[in-house]
Design a protein around this ligand. Structure first.
Ligand SMILES: [Zn+2]
Ligand SMILES: [Zn+2]
Length: 186
């Protein structure tokens, strides 16, 4: 949805604070085993986020009523402050990830998993911001590659390239737009 400039940028500050809180909350009870378990859950959370990023973008933002018109605003004006308010995304991730994982695997694993998913979400925000808002400034090769990849999502007549921070899921699910696909159309 359309956000104020303050609301748009608050993700970049609020998420690190939430991440610090998630990491700190368990630190007094940490052992080698629970620490390793937490770290493993965190890595699983990062992978889970990358899949969520792909599925949410492909299905929710491009197919579902109400959400796809809102995402259309971003496609029409990539520099506009379109996004999800921090309070809403934190709540959704808390309810969808922390809650069920806590009930199923206990707090330590749920905390690590949520940390990984939220870290992934924050990184997605950073990457997508740099892709669009720093297009005229020189960025590290990592961002330039992802920018070219994401521009094909925005401008190719073929739907695809739904992953923003990684192209892995597009390659797995066959939605990667090959460069020659684009050349063949234009
Ligand atoms: Zn899109
Ligand atoms: Zn975009």
């Amino acid at each position: 949805m359309q956000l104020s400039k303050f609301s748009y940028y608050s993700d970049f500050v609020a998420y690190p604070l939430v991440l610090i809180a998630l990491a700190a909350i368990n630190i007094n009870h940490i052992t080698w085993v629970s620490g390793a378990e937490w770290l493993g859950a965190g890595m699983a959370g990062l992978v889970l986020w990358s899949l969520m990023e792909y599925v949410l973008h492909r299905i929710a933002l491009h197919r579902m009523p109400y959400l796809s018109p809102m995402h259309g605003l971003h496609h029409a004006a990539p520099l506009a402050f379109i996004g999800t308010p921090t309070w809403l995304s934190v709540s959704i991730l808390g309810i969808a990830i922390l809650g069920p994982a806590w009930a199923r695997f206990g707090f330590n694993v749920a905390d690590g998993l949520t940390f990984g998913v939220m870290l992934g979400y924050w990184w997605y925000g950073v990457v997508h911001h740099v892709i669009h808002h720093r297009a005229n400034q020189s960025s590290p090769a990592y961002f330039n590659t992802l920018r070219a990849w994401h521009m094909r999502h925005h401008f190719s007549p073929r739907g695809g390239n739904f992953g923003v921070t990684t192209s892995v899921w597009d390659h797995i699910f066959g939605t990667a737009i090959r460069v020659r696909d684009k050349a063949a159309v234009s």
